[in-house]
Write a protein that binds this ligand. Sequence first.
Ligand code: DGL
Length: 270
Amino acid sequence: MKNKILISKTTIFIFDSGLGGITIFNYIKNIFLNINFIYLLDNKYFPYGNKSKSFILKRLIKILNKISLNHNISLVIIACNTASVSSLPQLKKYFNFPIIGVTPVFDLAIKKTKNKVIGFLATNTTIQNYKVQNKINLLRKKYTIEIISSFKLVLLAEYKLLGYKIILNEIKKIFFSWYKLKIFPDTVILGCTHFPLIKKEIQNVFPKKIKFLDAKYFVIHKFKKIVKYNKNLLSKKKNIVYYTKIDKNINKIRNIFLKMNFHIFKKFNT
Ligand code: DGL
C-alpha cells in the first residue's frame, strides 16, 4: 500500500469518456473540501463502450502521460467502468501515482439479491471483457444473470444531464427482453457510470421496485484510504475541466461544470 496523500495542494484527476464521471465526482466532492479536481471528458472518442481494450489502454496512457506532465496529480480516478476493466491493471503498473477505478459490483449484488436474479447493465466493451465474462460464468452456477448492453442508455443519460427531454418509451424499448422474464431481477448492477444519472427513469419502466447498485461505497472507501485530510492546510480551490472535442453541446457542458464549481474550461489536445 502506497503512503497516504496529505491534502495540501492535492489535485485529483477524474476521467470519463463523457459526463458519467460526474456521478463519481458527486460521491466524493464533499468528503474533503480543499481538493482541486481536474475532470477530463474524452468526448472526441465518446462512446468508449464500443472501443477495443487496446485502443482504450493506449488512449489512457497518452492522456495520463500528458496530464501528469502539466499537473501535479496526486490521485487518478478512472470514473468509467469500460475504461477501468480495459486498462486498470496495466495503468497501475505503468504510472507511479495511485489510480482508483470503478468496476461492476458483482460481489455486492450477490449479497443483496433475494430472488437470485441479478440484472447487469453495462457497455458492450465491459460485458465482453474476459475478466467480467469469467465472473459472470462463475456466478451463473448459483445465480441468474440477465444482461443488457445499451449505448442508447448511455446517450439518454447524457441527454438528461444536458437538459433534453427523455422519452420513457425509449427506455422501455431497451428493456423489452426483460418484460418476458419469468422472474424479474430484484437487484440491478449499474455497470456504467452514466447509468446512475438515469436511475429514476429506469425504475419507472420496471414492473417492481429494484435495488440499484453501483461502485459508490467502494470508491468512497478507496478514496478515504488513499487521501489523508489535514485541516490546517487550506488551499485555494481551482477546479478544471478538459474536453477533447468541441461539439454542439459544449456550452451546455460548460454550464453543467460551472454549477459544480469548475471555473476553468479548456480543450485538451491529444
Ligand atoms: N461511463 C462509461 C462507463 O462507465 C461508458 C460510457 C461510454 O460508452 O463511453 O462504462
